[in-house]
Design a protein. Sequence first.
Length: 415
Amino acid sequence: MRDFLPADKARREHALGIIRASYAAHGFDEIETPVMEDAARLHSGLGGDNEKLAFAVMKRGLGPDDLAAAAASGDTLALADLGLRFDLTVPLARFYATHRAALPGVFRSIQIAPVWRAERPQKGRYRQFMQCDIDIIGEAGQLAEIELIGATAGTLEALGLSGCSIRINDRRILSALLTHWGVAETLFERALITIDKLDKIGAAGVATELAGLGVTVDNTDADGIAETLDGIANAGWELLHGVTPPPAWLDQQAYSELLTLRAALPGVDLVFDPTLVRGMGYYTGTIFEIAHPELGYSLGGGGRYDGMIGRFLGTDVPACGFSIGFERIVDLLPEDAASTADAVVIVHEKDAAPAELMALKRQLVASGTRVRLEKRSKNLKALLERAEADGFTRFALLGQGVTDAGALEFKALGG
């Protein structure tokens, strides 16, 4: 959990403003949910491994006997009835179930807010961080994925991030691959967790772990698994170009739908990767991640999660979402990526009349200018360098008797 100095905060708010404006331009509406949710909801099995990282909020009025009983039973969750949200998808599902009658049949939501996870802090991974989510609830067709991917790609472009691609797959393709390998359905989640490590431990490492689950490929050993993974990982659409018949492991319906998505998004760099997993257990169909050529980790992702809202509502509702990893993206933006609004510094002597200073400031603020008053110091250069670092672009030295802002002689900072 971090503090942010003014310049960092300005960069972050500038980027958030671009993201909000881009999402809104694509027809999404912003909502807000509480930072806490019921503990039972946060630990309902929908959040995957993130549930283990949730910060619990202890019940009020607990006594020593309660603590001792929980310690003896090992059920520490019995001490908590609330918890800090670890993502924005579980709160959205609860929000929709609560307010469905007041929402349109197809609801396009924006959520931009902090979430909390008890992570081991490292670069790009924090215990409190911002998520920027867009979701479409109530649209069962592929238009949902098309709109979400299109809006996200447009937002990345608006932020000035070039070179990004979007890796795409479908959980049905993964399930078909595991079935082809002879993985028991009860082991699917464990096997997918292993495949998700492909970029970290390599095909041989994944094959060794899968073999430990009793998995074989065409009745061969771990080398056969590794060979298959090496053959399909990052091969893209060319993997299946001109292949007749298609591979036995391929879910052809899911792949056909991915081709439809690709055709509908000609300006987006979509890369088919049949080994893409996405760690959350609630995904049911299409899944996607943002990739950047200079980074070994994703900048965001999402997918279809048709089964989640039904857990709260009792009736299945189609849903799909895409989340931008704000903390990772803001680190890629230029240091000077902040508001370009006019911002000036008026440097005055310490005996300047406060009423006259405020009169000048009011005139400039009324014209849409950001104004800071600075008392002149012995080290004027350091004062101006600090103002420039804080995002100010011009300065003026206030002379005696100047009461009209139009008479100030401004000079560029850093010039």
